[in-house]
Design a protein around this ligand. Structure first.
Ligand code: ZN
Length: 611
C-alpha cells in the first residue's frame, strides 16, 4: 500500500504569527526528496512567492521530527532537497502568517486562517498521494474555545474540532482553506446539500437572514446547472472587517472578506446597497464552484504551481461569472428588475470611464492578468481593461445577441450548460477557442466575426443596440458629482436641460485630504494631462485660492468648460504651477431604463431575459 503524506500544523506562537508545519514522507526519493511551496494560489493570478514566509526549515530522520538531523539544500526560490536517506523523513518549517486576506495565511491571538498554498510543502513526485493533515490546537487557556472550520474531510476529528483531516491529493489539499478560532456559524440545506456559514471578526449580523438569502442563491444556481450539486457539503468562510471586499473560490468552499457594515443587521427590511454587494460576492464565488473550479481552461489542467499559467480565457471564467452573479440574484428574487438594471448601468459606466478599453482587448487582459490586472499602477486606467468588467459585458452582449437571433429560443444559459456537460462533468480542460466553438455549436449561429470584435479587438461593444432589442434604453449623461457611479437618473434626455449647470472635468482621479487633492490617476487626453499634471501631484490651490475642506469639487463649482485656471500643486516637495483648460464633464455615466415604446417582440425578449 502506498502510504499517505502526513502533515501537522500547529499555531505554536500566535502572538508572533508563527505556525509550525511538518511534513512526513515514509518513502522519500532515494536521490534526495525535493519539497516546494507554490508560487501562486489558484484563482488569484499573481506570483506571490509564498516560500518567502518560511522562516526556518529543517529535516530529520523518522516520523517524529526529532530523529537524526539531515541536510537540506535550497535549489531555487521555493524548492528544497533533503539529503538521500532510506526510511521516513520529516521536514519541519516555521511559517510567518500575517496576511489577513483570502489568499494567504494569517495568525494572531484572536484567530487563524490559512490556505494550503501558504503552509503545506508539496512533495515533488508524490503529488497524487493522499494527504492527511493533523490540525493541532494552540496551547493556552485563551484558545480553549477555538474550533476548526474547513471543507476538508474529517478523518479523525470531531465536527468543528481539532484532529486529523484528509484530502485525496495535494491539489485537493490546497483547495480547502481552514479557519481556526471562535467564530459564529449557521448551517442550512440547499437542495439537500449541507452549507455552513462561518463568520470570524466582530460583527452583529442577522445569521438567520443571511442563511435564508444565501440558501436562495445556492438553490437557484444548483437548479441552473442541474442537481445534484457537485460537492457533498459547502462552507462559506467569511471574515468581517472594518473595510474590505474580496473572495476566493474553491471546489467546496469560499473565503470571503467583507465590511461588517455590509452584513444584514437584525430588523433590516430592504437590503442596503452594501448588503446587495455582499450577496453579489456570494453569488459570484458560488458560481465558480462550476465555472473555473470544474469547467477549467486547459491551461489550468493541471495547474503549474511554479510559474504563471497564461490563458486568454479569464473573460469567460471571471467575466461570465461576473455576468451571472447579479443575474442569479435577480433570478432568486433578491434583486428587482429595476435594481438589476441599475447595477448593470454601473458596470457599463465603469467600462466607459476606462480609457484603457481602447488599448487592450479582453483576451489580452486575460493573458496579462499576472503582470497588469494584478499589478496595477497609476497608469492602469489608461492602459488596461478589466476582464471582469468588460468580460461580464461581453457576456451580456453574447446573451442578448443569441436571444435576439434565435427569437428567444436559445441563450447564454445553453452555452454554460453545454460547457458544464462537456468540460465540467468530464474534467476535460477548455481549449483557448473552446468557449467560442461550443457557443457556435450550441446556438447554430455564426459568431466568428462577433467574437473577433468583442474578444480580440478594442471596438466598442454594441450595448445600446442589443439592449434596445430587448426593450431597454441606454442613456448616457455626464456625472453629477465625484461619487456618481451611474445606474440611476435623473435622466430626461440625452443632453442636459439648458438651465442645468454644466459640470467641468479635469480628467483625473484622486483622494481628497485636508486642504489638498492628491491625484492618483491622470486620464489619457484629459485637462490635467494636457496641463502637465501627474499622478502623485497634490493640488493645493486653484487661481491662487487654497483648496478648502470642500475639496476640488467645491473649488471647481461654477467654473465653465473652456475656462483656464491656474493650478498650484506639489510634486514631491516642489511647488509647481500649471495652466489648466477645463473640459466639460464627458457623457460617461450610464442609466438603463425600460423603454416606453410598445414593441411587443422587444418586450417578450426582455421578459424572457429578466424573468
Ligand atoms: Zn471570480
Amino acid at each position: 500500500m502506498i502510504s499517505p503524506i502526513h502533515y501537522r500544523i500547529t499555531p505554536i506562537r500566535p502572538e508572533a504569527h508563527i505556525f509550525e508545519v511538518s511534513c512526513t514522507v515514509t518513502d522519500p526519493d532515494p536521490e534526495g526528496q525535493r519539497f516546494a511551496l507554490p508560487a501562486w494560489i489558484p484563482g488569484s493570478y499573481l506570483v506571490r512567492d509564498f516560500a518567502r514566509h518560511i522562516v526556518t526549515i529543517r529535516a530529520n530522520q523518522g516520523a517524529t521530527g526529532r530523529g537524526k538531523a539531515l541536510t537540506v539544500e535550497k535549489l531555487d526560490k521555493h524548492t528544497w532537497r533533503c539529503e538521500p536517506v532510506t526510511g521516513a523523513i520529516t521536514v519541519t518549517c516555521e511559517v510567518y502568517a500575517w496576511d489577513l486576506s483570502v489568499r494567504g495565511a494569517h495568525l494572531d491571538t484572536t484567530h487563524a486562517f490559512f490556505n494550503g498554498t501558504s503552509v503545506f510543502l508539496r512533495v515533488l513526485g508524490k503529488e497524487d498521494r493522499r494527504c492527511d493533515v493533523e490540525i493541532a490546537a494552540p496551547r493556552g487557556a485563551r484558545y480553549r474555545r477555538w474550533e476548526v472550520a474547513t471543507a476538508l474531510k474529517r478523518r479523525r476529528a470531531p465536527q468543528w474540532g481539532f484532529g486529523i483531516y484528509t484530502a485525496a491529493d495535494y491539489d485537493e489539499l490546497i483547495d480547502h482553506p481552514v479557519e481556526l478560532g471562535s467564530f459564529s456559524r449557521k448551517t442550512f440545506l440547499a437542495k439537500s446539500i449541507p452549507h455552513e456559514i462561518v463568520i470570524t471578526g466582530r460583527h452583529r449580523a442577522d445569521m438567520d437572514r443571511l442563511a435564508r438569502d444565501m440558501k436562495r442563491i445556492c438553490e437557484t444556481q444548483i437548479e441552473f446547472f442541474g442537481a445534484p450539486a457537485p460537492m457533498e457539503r459547502y462552507v462559506f468562510m467569511i471574515t468581517a472587517v472594518g473595510e474590505g471586499y474580496g473572495g476566493l473560490e474553491h471546489r467546496a468552499s469560499t473565503a470571503l472578506m467583507c465590511a461588517r457594515k455590509d452584513l444584514p443587521t437584525p430588523g433590516m427590511k430592504e437590503p442596503t446597497e452594501g448588503y446587495r454587494g455582499f450577496l453579489g460576492l456570494v453569488s459570484h464565488e458560488y458560481f465558480h464552484t462550476w465555472n473555473v473550479k470544474r469547467i477549467k481552461p486547459a491551461a489550468f489542467t493541471p495547474y503549474d504551481l511554479n510559474h504563471e499559467n497564461h490563458t486568454t480565457l479569464l473573460w469567460a471564467f471571471e467575466g461570465l461569472t461576473s455576468y451571472y452573479d447579479d443575474l442569479m440574484l435577480l433570478r432568486s428574487g433578491l434583486l428587482t428588475e429595476e435594481k438589476y438594471l441599475e447595477t448593470l448601468g454601473r458596470s457599463i459606466t465603469q467600462l466607459l470611464r476606462t480609457p484603457g478599453r481602447k488599448k487592450q482587448s479582453v483576451t489580452d487582459s486575460s493573458f496579462d492578468a499576472w503582470t497588469k490586472y494584478y499589478r496595477q499602477d497609476e497608469n492602469s486606467p489608461n492602459a488596461i481593461v478589466s476582464y471582469y468588467g468588460k468580460g461580464s459585458l461581453v457576456g451580456l452582449c453574447l446573451d442578448l445577441h443569441i436571444r435576439n437571433s434565435t427569437g428567444g429560443r436559445k441563450s447564454l444559459d445553453d452555452v454554460m450548460l453545454a460547457l458544464w456537460k462537456k468540460h465540467g462533468k468530464t474534467g476535460v480542460g477548455v481549449a483557448e477557442d473552446g468557449v467560442e466553438r461550443l457557443a457556435e455549436a450550441v446556438t447554430k449561429l455564426n459568431l466568428k466575426r462577433l467574437f473577433e470584435r468583442w474578444l480580440r479587438s478594442t471596438t466598442e461593444l454594441p450595448l445600446k443596440e442589443l439592449l434596445a432589442s430587448h426593450g431597454v434604453e441606454l442613456v448616457l449623461r455626464p456625472a453629477q458629482s465625484e461619487s456618481d457611479k451611474g445606474g440611476l437618473g435623473p435622466v430626461k434626455s440625452t443632453s442636459l436641460p439648458a438651465h442645468a449647470e454644466v459640470r467641468v472635468a479635469i480628467g483625473g482621479r484622486g483622494t481628497p485630504a485636508a486642504g489638498e487633492f492628491r491625484l492618483t490617476h491622470v486620464l489619457e487626453g484629459g485637462a490635467a494631462q494636457k496641463a502637465g499634471l501627474s499622478a502623485g501631484d497634490a493640488i493645493v490651490a486653484l487661481d491662487s485660492i487654497r483648496v478648502g475642506t470642500g475639496g476640488l469639487e467645491a473649488a471647481l463649482c461654477g467654473r465653465r468648460p473652456g475656462e483656464t485656471v491656474s493650478v498650484h500643486a506639489f510634486r514631491r516637495d516642489e511647488l509647481m504651477q500649471f495652466e489648466m483648460r477645463l473640459d466639460a464633464a464627458p457623457s460617461d455615466t450610464c442609466v438603463l431604463r425600460v423603454a416606453e415604446d410598445r414593441n411587443r417582440e422587444a418586450r417578450r425578449l426582455r421578459m424572457r431575459w429578466l424573468c
